[in-house]
Design a protein around this ligand. Structure first.
Ligand SMILES: [Zn+2]
Length: 54
């Protein structure tokens, strides 16, 4: 049972995550925007590394 009362922290920005904007991944909570930004950065890095291997 999640602890709705208090203090879920975003794994990216460390600020409080409210229910409406929460994304859960592997037991951690994130803001939707933070999660997407993080995901995009990972994808971007993979793309950069892939392009380096031309
Ligand atoms: Zn965040």
């Amino acid at each position: 049972m999640p602890n709705w009362g208090g203090g879920k922290k975003c794994g990216v920005c460390q600020k409080t995550v409210y229910f409406a904007e929460e994304v859960q991944c592997e037991g951690n909570s994130f803001h939707k925007s933070c999660f997407l930004r993080d995901l995009l950065q990972v994808m971007l890095w993979e793309e950069i590394w892939t392009k380096r291997l031309w």
